[in-house]
Design a protein around this ligand. Structure first.
Ligand code: HEC
Ligand code: HEC
Length: 283
């Protein structure tokens, strides 16, 4: 405790209430030291940092510090750490990239945030897609192909599967026969007559002579559906096609994967492709 005089010996300020006098003792030394340290700190802070709000701005402070600057410095520091990895990603051959666990991990974890920002809105956070709208990227079933080059091409240029509407090309009976064939085919129960008709109707031009798909046309012999397995869904696809002009065919299915060239750097696209490739089982 700071040494203080006995109350009786100290002059008072003249204020007294109910026998309690206000004395003129100086405050304790520790208190005075903190008091002076505080205002000196404030003055220095005011001089070094922006502190006084003006009408449109504030004073700048000697250090010229701003939050944005601090943020940009942190980003630049982060970029500098990543730069050699990105350079390596850009130069590395696909097979080597997939075979190098450290680089593959770097690509996958960097792509995670990009995927969240640019892809998850359609394909879902885990790449699970949405039946009828956006394909599932987390299985090893591909419309266009699951090798790194093809995935890079998909992301860079976008994709637009197209299947013509058949409602005016094939009569109702034919469309129903094809629908039966497609459903039977997915259950492994396709008949040779069904397949022959499928070929005759021109479906095989895109879906392949065994209906196993390729080049954007889905495999019709598996249990994985792009638009749905019910009879109505299959009928709709065959009648109205995919990506026909909706002005002419309002019921057509719309399936457009946007192009990301120019929106994402080639390195980001390559890293995303690694992530998508790994999601699909990494084969
Ligand atoms: C606006 C919605 C949308 C966004 C955003 C989007 N996609 Fe797609 N994506 C689609 C659609 C629709 C298709 C199917 C195209 C088709 O059916 O022809 C597709 C197809 C794909 C395919 C082909 C799958 C296969 O089976 O071959 C890949 C790979 C893909 N997207 C990856 C991505 C990545 C990576 C991103 C983020 C950079 C992304 N997509 C962003 C809608 C989207
Ligand atoms: C010009 C090529 C082309 C022709 C011809 C074509 N298709 Fe398709 N078909 C596609 C494409 C591409 C898709 C998938 C579109 C997408 O996902 O972007 C598709 C999708 C489908 C689907 C949806 C499958 C699913 O998983 O939901 C069915 C069913 C189908 N076609 C049946 C047929 C039948 C039956 C015929 C013959 C009458 C036919 N297609 C002719 C290209 C074609």
């Amino acid at each position: 405790m700071a040494k203080q005089n006995k109350p009786q010996q100290v002059p008072d300020t003249g204020y007294e209430w109910d026998g309690i006098r206000e004395l003129t003792n100086p405050p304790p030394r520790w208190w005075m030291i903190s008091f002076h340290a505080s205002w000196i700190f404030c003055v220095i802070y005011f001089i070094l940092y922006p502190s006084i709000p003006l009408i449109h701005d504030s004073n700048k402070g000697l250090l010229g510090w701003t939050q944005i600057k601090e943020f940009k410095e942190a980003v630049a520091e982060n970029d500098a750490i990543k730069a050699p990895y990105l350079k390596k990603i850009a130069e590395m051959d696909n097979q080597a990239l997939l075979a190098d666990p450290a680089m593959r991990n770097f690509a996958e974890s960097s792509a995670k945030a990009i995927f969240g920002d640019f892809c998850a809105g359609c394909h879902g956070a885990g790449g699970q897609g949405a039946l009828g709208l956006f394909p599932n990227l987390s299985d090893d079933n591909w419309l266009y192909g699951g090798d790194l080059d093809t995935i890079i091409e998909t992301i860079t240029d976008g994709r637009e599967g197209s299947m013509p509407a058949h409602i005016e090309m094939i009569d109702e009976a034919g469309i129903n026969t094809l629908t039966d064939f497609v459903i039977a085919s997915s259950q492994g129960k396709a008949t040779p007559e069904g397949l022959a008709y499928f070929n005759e109707a021109g479906c095989a031009d895109c879906h392949g002579e065994n209906a196993a798909g390729g080049d954007g046309a889905p495999n019709l012999t598996d249990t994985i559906w792009r638009f749905g397995s019910s009879r109505d869904e299959v009928l709709r696809t065959i009648r109205y096609g995919v990506n026909e002009d909706p002005e002419d065919v309002p019921q057509t299915r719309i399936a457009k994967m946007p192009a990301f060239e120019g929106k994402l750097s080639p390195e980001s696209i390559k890293m995303l492709a690694v992530k998508v490739h790994q999601l699909g089982g990494g084969k």
